[in-house]
Design a protein around this ligand. Structure first.
Ligand code: TRP
Length: 434
């Protein structure tokens, strides 16, 4: 069976080299493996949680879509779509929201970080916290569960969210599945050997540190200028440099083959100047990124082509989402009215299928009785009194054995309001049983 791999990209920024090396490139490579079915999407509903600037959301969606396509994503192979084109996702989010414990969401890292920051600043704990931020993990669970993804490649900071998705999936399965599972339980996949790229200042390359090297935006010139700003020490050309102590090497390695890595290290040890080292690094990155940048520019110039690709992706995604959501709506009781009528009928048949029940008992005066109730409790026979318990028992046995025929000449009859054929049918069920 194919493995489903799914991941989302929040559309708030412009992709940088760190995104490319850490997420885009490995995800595209993984999508080419056989036996893998990939779902990659633009998490633009998630973007709204972090960003209230419509122009930035719009631009980022375009840039990120163009980046993935230019980087080699094959939309024929991969289901590539925008979260906001799939109305089933927010709908599923609500179904999941209704079975998610608030206490569990209180423990989500992103929310807790905001609360902690507020406390430290002496503010109200929930200052500036929207319900979007608070419910963020539920929307993410819906993204994943909607497509029954087994594997979810994410950064380490997202692992807790995948665990929450598992929990909510289990809870929903348990509450509404009746032994059948609607959802696959997803596993987080944290790439261990994918390099975390250092940024200009040597800390992890991240938009929040403002230390990024752009991937495509700004062109080759922008790339070159950014590389020029990577911090180095003050060693002069000719002085030997320790390859393990410069971020240039980490950046270089991410774009080089083993032999090239080796050669670069040797040159540094032999005294290559930082300026020349940066030129080597630029050439190395540009060899991979340059041709993709041309495709990127071409795509950005034709947003309508990207739009078309995403619409086609949405249609593929919805072909999966629509039937599952229909099942889920049914499961929670959001059904068409005629379906309700069928259920009641089913229950009625069910009740008929269950057998009526004989009950023998003794009253306070010491005499013996029995009665026969239908499965729904309706009284079918109420006997008179017997002096001996054995007599009551024998009548019950006879009724079970002979059915309605035993009624002729019996010291009891159908209870009031019970038609002869109704009682006969009830008694017949014992004969079928034996
Ligand atoms: N929250 C993820 C991030 O910020 C993006 C995301 C949204 C995602 N939905 C997802 C990732 C579903 C994996 C699966 O990185």
């Amino acid at each position: 069976m194919n493995q489903r791999v799914l991941t989302g990209i929040t559309t708030t920024g412009t992709p940088h080299l760190g995104n490319y090396v850490g997420a885009i490139r490995p995800a595209i490579a993984a999508s080419r493996e056989t036996g893998v079915e990939s779902f990659f999407f633009l998490a633009d509903y998630h973007a709204l949680i972090k960003c209230d600037d419509p122009a930035r959301i719009e631009l980022s969606r375009l840039q990120i879509a163009a980046t993935w396509l230019a980087s080699g994503l094959d939309p024929e192979r991969v289901v590539f779509y925008r979260q906001s084109d799939i109305p089933e996702i927010p709908e599923l989010t609500w179904l999941l929201t209704c079975v998610t414990a608030k206490g569990q969401m209180n423990r989500a890292h992103a929310y807790k970080a905001s609360v902690d920051a507020n406390m430290e600043a002496g503010e109200d704990p929930d200052a500036g916290v929207t319900m979007g931020l608070f419910s963020y993990p539920i929307l993410m669970a819906a993204d994943i569960l909607m497509f029954n993804a087994q594997r979810v490649p994410v950064g380490r900071d997202q692992v807790q969210h995948i665990e929450m998705a598992r929990d909510v999936a289990q809870r929903f399965n348990h509450l509404f599945g009746g032994g059948k599972d609607f959802f696959v339980l997803p596993e987080a996949e944290v790439e261990a050997d994918v390099a975390t790229l250092p940024g200009l200042d040597g800390r992890k390359m991240s938009k929040s540190y403002n230390n990024t090297i752009p991937l495509f935006e700004g062109g080759a010139k922008g790339l070159k200028e950014a590389i020029a700003r990577v911090v180095t020490d003050s060693r002069l050309p000719g002085e030997p440099k320790d390859p393990d102590c410069t971020h240039l090497v980490t950046l270089f390695d991410a774009f080089a083959k083993p032999a090239q890595r080796q050669a670069f290290r040797e040159e540094l040890r032999a005294g290559l100047g930082w300026g020349d080292a940066k030129q080597r690094l630029f050439d190395q990155i540009e060899a991979e990124v340059g041709p993709m940048r041309e495709r990127y520019a071409e795509l950005i110039a034709h947003p309508e082509r990207i739009e078309e690709t995403l619409q086609a992706g949405a249609a593929k995604a919805r072909a999966q989402a629509t039937p599952l959501l229909k099942t889920l709506r049914e499961a929670v009781g959001l059904r068409r009215m005629h379906a309700v009528a069928q259920v009641t009928k089913a229950e009625a048949t069910d009740a008929k299928a269950r057998p009526p029940v004989f009950k023998q008992y003794r009253e306070a005066d010491g005499r013996f009785f029995f009665k026969l109730n239908a499965a729904d409790g309706k009284l079918l026979i109420q006997s008179g009194a017997f002096d001996q318990g054995r007599d009551a028992g024998q009548w019950v046995a006879k009724l079970k054995r002979e059915g309605a025929a035993a009624l002729a000449g019996a010291p009891f009859e159908a209870a009031e309001g019970v038609a002869a054929d109704e009682l006969a049918a009830a008694l017949a069920s014992f004969a079928e049983e034996s």
